[in-house]
Structure formats: C-alpha cells, structure tokens
Design a protein. Structure first.
Length: 113
C-alpha cells in the first residue's frame, strides 16, 4: 500500500494547515509526528468507517481528523498552530485489528513564533 501525504509547510503561530493522505483500501488511518530530537508520537487517528477517533491531548480542540472514503483520502486540519507543533508529520494505515503497518513519506510542518 502506497500512502501519499501532502500539505505541509511554513506557517505563523496561530495559523492553520491541512494535511492530506491518499491511501487506497479499507484502512484505519493515523497521523503521527516527530519533532526534532524527539520520539514519534501519534497525533490523531480515525477508523475506516470514521466513527472512532483518537487525539493526543496536546492537539485536542485544535486538530481535526477526517476522511473521505470515496476519495481514499484522510485529512488532518490543524488550527491554532503553535511552535511546538513543528515536526515531520507522517500518515499511516492499519488493517482492521492490526497496528499501523503502512507508512507514507513525511511532510514538514514548521510553525514560526
């Protein structure tokens, strides 16, 4: 499964970005990020049907994960961005009942203060 993520960039604090990830197939989708010098963390995830979502505490109320299965695409809308959101963001896909097993290339998100 090839995942294609896009939408990263440079934004000022308080701004917004939307990330997109194209993933053909029936998979749960997740967004992960790895800040410089830190470990990767799961930011948000969504089930195939879209009824089950997860958000890291650090992004609750600011980020929204969604998906359009007709387009095989998952999205991460990021609002009220903070400098600490700066990281390489990657999308991943998981078969039902499995851990995230397919990964896309990362996209850099940089938030300036």
């Amino acid at each position: 499964v090839q995942l294609q993520a896009s939408g990263g960039g440079l934004v000022q604090a308080g701004g917004s970005l939307m990330l997109s990830c194209h993933a053909p197939g029936r998979y749960g989708m997740g967004w992960f990020r790895q800040p410089p010098g830190k470990e990767r963390e799961r930011v948000a995830s969504i089930s195939w049907i879209g009824t089950v979502t997860y958000y890291a505490d650090s992004v609750k109320g600011r980020f929204t994960i969604s998906r359009d299965n007709a387009k095989n695409t998952a999205y991460l809308q990021m609002n009220s961005l903070k400098p600490e959101d700066t990281a390489v963001y990657s999308c991943a896909a998981a078969s039902f009942g499995h851990d995230f097993e397919y990964w896309g290339q990362g996209t850099q998100v940089t938030v300036s203060s």
